[in-house]
Design a protein around this ligand. Structure first.
Ligand SMILES: [Zn+2]
Length: 62
């Protein structure tokens, strides 16, 4: 009798990229798109910064 070799589905194991990105302000996990689009921040912190900056500008003008 022949012994059947067990085939291991190695190829099936997903190769997940371990490149996780985290917001540099609040530390929450973000995806690469967000990281690149928002200067390493999540869009909420990025939005916060924009608001602060525009407030600063307004403050100078007034
Ligand atoms: Zn954030």
């Amino acid at each position: 009798m022949k012994k059947q070799k067990e085939k291991k589905n190695v190829s099936k194991s997903k190769e997940k990229k371990e490149d996780n990105y985290y917001c540099s302000v609040c530390g929450r996990e973000i995806d690469e798109d967000e990281y690149e689009s928002y200067d390493g921040m999540c869009w909420e912190c990025w939005d916060d910064q924009l608001t602060e900056e525009s407030e600063d500008i307004l403050g100078d003008v007034i």
